[in-house]
Design a protein around this ligand. Structure first.
Ligand code: GDD
Length: 359
């Protein structure tokens, strides 16, 4: 399906998507892969998905696309840290576009396992960008960067020009990626761009992330199960958007003739505690909070049962206290904006979780 020309977009920097493209998505089995594959198939592209080798029958979130869509995807299995494998794939297939989503994406895991995170995120991107540079230089490369590269919110919202002060090994790898993309674009003439994504959630979010953990617990508690949700720093603040909205933006970046970097964010800041309260509200439960610090708890106002407690094990050294993005460049150049607010995100996530429980 041809994409509409976007209002506000300089026409000489926007190519209407008329011809079907041959596209590779690395990390296609993750949350973002689901939305991106769906959009690309709707557009009539030839979609190749790269999945981690090892669990041969596992296709992650792609299973929710259904059999007809799955039959249209060519799946490759391999390790992005293996240069020979990436070289061979890029040279053989000569993709029009590569969306590099594959990463070790948990900040908490990166603190425990910095080396594995650096291996996957730094070597993986370096291999892909270098293979494209040397073997398929017409291929466009889009890298999904992260707000983690900015570090803490200081003053104002974080935009493409905000100084970067990453605090976690994960954040460092995303800063590296951002700089590598810039260097390959400026010095080797590659079409390479970074979509700097702030936290983005959905029904397909991994269980290691706080929103999914909260939603799963809330769904079980609403179902009458005896469960206490244990969390770390509930006063951390994030700018949470919907992954489906962000993948539309990523496609808009790829449609540009000249590569550029863009922040994708909602500009709305909420604490983890706000998310917990809203999630319970959607499930018809009223939490009543008491205590402070590690002793803070929430009880279900009607049953009196403890439903939330704080567990020191989930605190992170060097945790980012808050991030909030300024997506005005994406709005101006791509006519992009986030459509789904936090209530909408929670609705999608809770409905999916409750549906799974009744299946
Ligand atoms: N995971 C988790 N588990 N986080 C908790 C918990 C808990 O039990 N309790 C409190 N938190 C706090 C974390 O300390 C952090 O401040 C916040 O909740 C969000 O944590 P995550 O959901 O793990 O996400 P993140 O912000 O660290 O990173 C996500 O967003 C980045 C920016 O888009 C990931 O998706 C990254 O891959 C992404 O780059």
């Amino acid at each position: 399906m041809p994409r509409k020309p976007l209002p506000g977009v300089a026409s000489d920097n926007y190519s209407i998507h008329s011809l079907s493209k041959k596209v590779l998505i690395t990390g296609a089995g993750g949350q973002d892969g689901y939305f991106l594959v769906k959009l690309l198939l709707q557009r009539g592209d030839t979609v190749h998905g790269l999945l981690r080798e090892g669990s041969e029958n596992e296709i992650g979130s792609l299973k929710y696309l259904g059999e007809a869509a799955l039959a249209r995807i060519s799946i490759h299995r391999g390790n992005i840290t293996e240069k020979w494998f990436i070289d061979e794939l890029i040279q053989r297939e000569l993709f029009d576009q590569v969306f590099h989503l594959a990463a070790q994406s948990s900040v908490a895991h990166s603190i425990e396992h910095p080396r594995a995170t650096i291996d996957t995120n730094v070597l993986g991107l370096t291999n892909i960008a270098t293979s494209i540079r040397d073997r398929s230089p017409k291929t466009k490369l889009l890298f999904t960067g992260s707000s983690e590269m900015f570090g803490n919110l200081t003053d104002g919202k974080q935009s493409e020009h905000t100084p970067r002060h990453p605090q976690s090994p994960y954040g460092l790898t995303k800063d590296f990626g951002f700089q590598l993309i810039n260097a390959y674009r400026n010095h080797y003439g590659l079409w390479a761009a970074t979509a700097i994504l702030f936290n983005h959630e959905s029904e397909f979010r991994g269980e290691q992330f706080v929103t999914k953990k909260i939603i799963q617990s809330v769904a079980r508690i609403a179902d009458g199960r005896d469960e206490v949700l244990s969390l770390g720093n509930i006063y951390a603040e994030r700018d949470w958007g919907y992954a489906g909205d962000y993948m539309e933006g990523v496609l808009d970046v790829m449609a540009l003739k000249r590569p550029d970097d863009f922040v994708f964010a909602t500009g709305q800041l909420h604490s983890v505690k706000d998310f917990v309260n809203l999630a319970f509200k959607h499930a018809g439960i009223k939490p009543e909070w008491n205590g402070e610090g590690l002793d803070e708890i929430a009880r279900d106002r009607s049953s009196g049962k403890v439903i939330v407690k704080i567990d020191e094990r989930f605190y992170r050294p060097g945790d980012i206290k808050g991030t909030c993005g300024d997506a005005s460049k994406a709005k101006q150049v791509l006519a992009w904006q986030a459509h789904t607010d936090l209530n909408g995100i929670i609705e999608h996530m809770l409905r999916h979780e409750q549906g799974l429980a009744t299946n």
